[in-house]
Design a binder for this molecule. Structure first.
Ligand SMILES: Cc1cc2nc3c(=O)[nH]c(=O)nc-3n(C[C@H](O)[C@H](O)[C@H](O)COP(=O)(O)OP(=O)(O)OC[C@H]3O[C@@H](n4cnc5c(N)ncnc54)[C@H](O)[C@@H]3O)c2cc1C
Length: 433
């Protein structure tokens, strides 16, 4: 018997988000001969910085190698949280209570910053504080959630609710989870519309935007920099590199410090309202508690389920990846076993060797990147911080700016070890570690 086709007839290999927020078409032109600030990369980081800078009176050129917003900023899951690869307990143990708590307070500031921008700029990106649900697959997951929740309540005043198996079953149409945690104030948004809103504000504030203008190199001069692009040279007083998972040969120092990896997502075809209500009745954003997460959310219009997972895997054939995501979806929510997928896509993220995001200056060139899969709030925030630094503002200091940006002797920009690292995660995940 032939296998049922899991992909809809009009299946697309582009982000679901691009249906509502397609890549903008710009007239192709050369950048100006000189500018105050050149920003390399047009994702959240670059646009957030551009908005501050242009409103402070600087002339700004945002240069992107591809379409504007081609990177992860229009490809992510739209989870807006306060997550870091290092738990609060680990930070307190390593750096003491004051510093550990201060780092998490800055995560809170980043989260509030995004909510503030969306509100003040009136960006219609379907932002809702719908809560984040986390599923425990092992007792060790639940214990770790409980410990983390206690610490965050004590030191940060954050509220979270621990859920037993029955309560979890009331939150998700799945029997996989023995318990979980709900963080009620975490938010979700439509990442494409958020990016589009930032882009519109940046353009109307007067920044110059250049698609298909790759930066090939940055040369230091006595009075600034020559930014060498595929469409000519731009003289800039300051340069900000905001290329995260797409960082390449043009910035070799950064290329040795961030490790790119792929994330994958898929969207279902539109589903009946009763089926949606069986899978995620309270419309939360969901992920499990593995090292290599599976995550799931309703589309902002409540008609589809979006799933993500297999992060760090090879960027192979997207149809094959879609079938794997379908199998994962059916395993989590068997009610969805018979549905078809309408979209599957991938995007590139980056991790730093110390698993912290970084903002700073190297050899006079500003950078903000290395978000380890939390760049929606952190990209927006550290773009803002980088801009404040360029402006010489008192608001510039950040705890993500006062540490070394490490590399490894064996790393020159080819992330050959990512599959091994992820296999190690998967091995641990099978054992609940
Ligand atoms: C599938 C997936 C799911 C994710 N889910 C979430 C989530 O739910 N929540 C969250 O917080 N984060 C999430 N992330 C991570 C988040 O999307 C990123 O961290 C964030 O978008 C990074 O923004 P950015 O502006 O720094 O970089 P990007 O948006 O990636 O933009 C970088 C840009 O730089 C350009 N560029 C690169 N080199 C050059 C050059 N030499 N010249 C000119 N331009 C150049 C690229 O073309 C690209 O457009 C996810 C990522 C993926 C892939």
């Amino acid at each position: 018997m032939p296998l049922p086709d899991l992909l809809a007839p009009d299946f697309k290999e582009t982000p679901y988000w691009w249906d509502a927020a397609p890549r903008p078409r710009l007239a192709e032109r050369a950048p100006p001969a000189s500018i105050d600030v050149a920003i390399v990369g047009s994702g959240y980081t670059g646009l957030s910085a551009a908005l501050d800078l242009v409103r402070a009176g600087r002339s700004v050129a945002v240069l992107d190698a591809s379409d504007l917003g081609f990177g992860a900023s229009t490809r992510n899951a739209g989870f807006v949280g306060r997550t870091l690869k290092h738990g609060l307990g680990e930070l307190i143990e390593k750096h003491g209570v004051t510093r550990g708590v201060a780092i998490y307070r800055e995560m809170r500031a980043a989260f509030d910053h995004v909510l503030g921008i969306v509100r003040e700029e009136q960006i219609d990106c379907k932002l809702v504080q719908c809560g984040r649900l986390q599923g425990a697959l092992f007792p060790s997951h639940y214990e770790s959630m409980a410990k983390d929740a206690d610490l965050k309540r004590k030191h940060l005043g954050d509220e979270a609710h621990l859920l037993d198996r029955a309560a979890m079953r009331g939150e998700i149409g799945s029997d996989l989870y023995s318990g979980g945690r709900l963080i009620p104030d975490h938010a979700g948004l439509h990442p494409g519309l958020y990016h589009q809103g930032l882009l519109d504000r940046v353009a109307s504030a007067g920044a110059e935007l250049f698609a298909h203008t790759p930066v090939l190199g940055i040369e230091r001069r006595s009075d600034g920099f020559d930014v060498v692009t595929g469409r000519g040279r731009v003289k800039a007083r300051d340069v900000l590199v905001a290329t995260n998972g797409y960082t390449g040969r043009a910035t070799p120092w950064l290329r040795r410090r961030v490790v790119p990896f792929h994330g994958f997502m898929a969207a279902t075809e539109p589903l009946a309202a009763d089926r949606m209500a069986r899978v995620l009745p309270n419309k939360r954003l969901f992920h499990d508690y593995n090292n290599n997460l599976s995550y799931m959310r309703p589309s902002p219009d409540g008609t589809r389920i979006l799933i993500g997972g297999f992060t760090g895997g090879p960027a192979a054939n997207l149809r094959a990846k879609a079938r794997k995501l379908h199998a994962r979806l059916a395993r989590i929510a068997p009610d969805l076993a018979g549905i078809k997928l309408s979209h599957a896509w991938s995007g590139q993220c980056s991790a730093s060797f110390d698993l912290f995001p970084h903002v700073g200056v190297a050899d006079g060139v500003h950078h903000a990147l290395g978000y380890c899969f939390a760049g929606l709030p952190m990209g927006t925030w550290l773009g803002h911080k980088a801009a404040q630094k360029i402006l010489g503002s008192r608001e510039a200091p950040s705890l993500f700016d006062d540490r070394d940006f490490p590399t490894a002797f064996y790393y020159w920009g080819r992330p050959w070890f990512v599959p091994l690292y992820m296999a190690h995660h998967d091995w641990n995940d099978r054992r609940g570690r």
